[in-house]
Design a protein around this ligand. Sequence first.
Ligand code: MSP
Length: 656
Amino acid sequence: MAHDNTFFVSTPIYYPSDKLHIGHTYCTVAADAIARYKRLTGADVMFLTGTDEHGQKIETKANEAGCTPQEFVDHIVEGEGGILDLWKLMNISNDRFIRTTDDYHVEAVQKIFRKMYDKGDIYKGAYKGKYCTPCESFWTESQLVDGKCPDCGRDVHDAEEEAYFFRLSKYADRIQHLLEDTDFLQPRTRVNEMVNNFIKPGLEDLCVSRTSFKWGVPVDFDPGHVVYVWVDALFNYATAMGYCNDKYNDYERYWPATVHFVGKEIVRFHSIIWPAMLMSVEEPLPKHVYGHGWLVIDGGKMSKSKGNVVDPYVLAEKFGVDALRFFLLRTFPFGTDGNFTNELLINTINIDLANKLGNLVSRTTGMIEKYFGGTLPTERENDGIDCDLKTAACELRDRYEAEMEKFQFQNALEEIFKVIERANKYIDETAPWALGKDETKRVRLATVLYNLLETVRICTTLLTPFVPESCEKIFTKIGAGCESCRSWDKANVWGTLCADATVSKGENLFPRIDAEKALAELEALQEAQRKAALPAIELEPYVEEEVDFDTFLKSDFRAVKIKNCETVKKSDKLLKFTLDDGSGVDRTILSGIRQYYAPEDLIGKTAIAILNLPPRKMMGIPSCGMLISAVHKEKGEEKLHLMLIDDSVPAGAKLC
Ligand code: MSP
């Protein structure tokens, strides 16, 4: 059993089916902040993340990409700009990274599956249900929402296969008790949803093997079956510590996990299926599952198909890794959805990092350089006005700790920024620039500046889990070189920094962003990315309804010569064509293709028109028929080609 001072936090293991976006980054940065915070407090931390690499979705994607599933996932996980690169860029301090295709994990899952089978908790049956391929989930009719997958809203299809089942129903009472009577699932608001939607309607046994595809952990005692991807994936948290394998031997030390951070849509798997399986193999349950909210765009989900996926690489490159990390945890309460906008990101950086924190550090160090050549004298002259600042700074650690222990990152940061604001106000109250003009006030001036340095030191210590690189720089600026100055133990002890601390103002840590310019650049970049993600060619939907041959033959398609073509007054769409259709009488057809062609380029060309449509007036001009064009979309943009044919075809020739 893990000892009291261990802390084990995990993110979900991510599907390497696409590049990860800002939503995935959100959870990983949160887990990183809590891991760093716990290390700061002296805990023995295990921070685990990884990738969930099996399943039909990956197999299908690999087929589409023309490679093996293993090659496909290797590229997304380890390739340039892949998942490992992203975590390195974001300064993620995970202690371990698991890939579910790692041999030790595969073998462990096989042992675990057999263990549950031997116990009688897994049995063979036949599965009939509605299957959602992208979510790898079977659903019952009653679970569907408007006939669609309740998780992702996409189409489901009927599926039936011989399969193994896990006796989830057997654990229903124990799971209900776990959810309702303990603090296992957090925040508390997620409990009702689980109990009312999944447990009260009756927990059904869970289908835990598949025969319809191959890319999974084979059931070793029944070839042809692969283990359901969620069983394989959930056990990562234990196998990565060495459960049922010899690769690692940290299970005793770290299990049970302290907390699994997971997004709200996978709370069901983590708070019902996962503890039930652990009960089955008779292992201790994780202490908590925390179901965080989503980052949404305009209130809706980010998705590649909507073209609104926000790329963390772009934001980190533009604003810096720390600014992005800070924004994610400062802006949104962890338990609820947060609406992502570029404006919000820029405002947060400008207000908190540039105006409040950045200013405090540069004003303090700048004044020490200006008035004392960078090194403070050691004499002090205290004043009653200092008490408020000192108390606020010294009490901060406890308030911060209380919020961090509840995973309320936003509130913890709010507490720090209250003290930063208090310090900025203290500068106005004490007016060091006035003290600087008076030779007799030098000791008082040194005291004021030391008080500011101490406040910066305390705030920086507590900010380290959020913006580690910047804090390192601030510590250097304020001369907090020794370990003790940066320690948790001294984060509520006033007077820790050497009295004659030497500072250096150096470069500005968080330069103010020109919001208008940055927004325009970002929007252009994101638009270009959105376009690049769109399909190269998109076709109009095919018409399913048949048209009988006789009806088709009634359409009179003819070759026509374009005698004249001109724009139509007051219309930015229409071109007016005067056509020779072979009948000897000129025909007028109006066509909405002005944006695609200059009229003079079409004169003399041979086109195709359907002639026997009823005449229609447009902008007061009767149009007798329609010119035929080919239309499609390219990278989301409408494309049109007027059907021009060989000029040797005479006017009036019928198309049949
Ligand atoms: N592979 C499973 C997890 C298995 S854990 C044993 C999976 N992977 S995922 O890549 O689809 O999602 C991983 C996590 O990213 C989920 O917790 C999900 O909620 C989170 N996010 C995906 N999009 C998100 C946002 N837009 N916002 C916040 N988190 C979101 O599910």
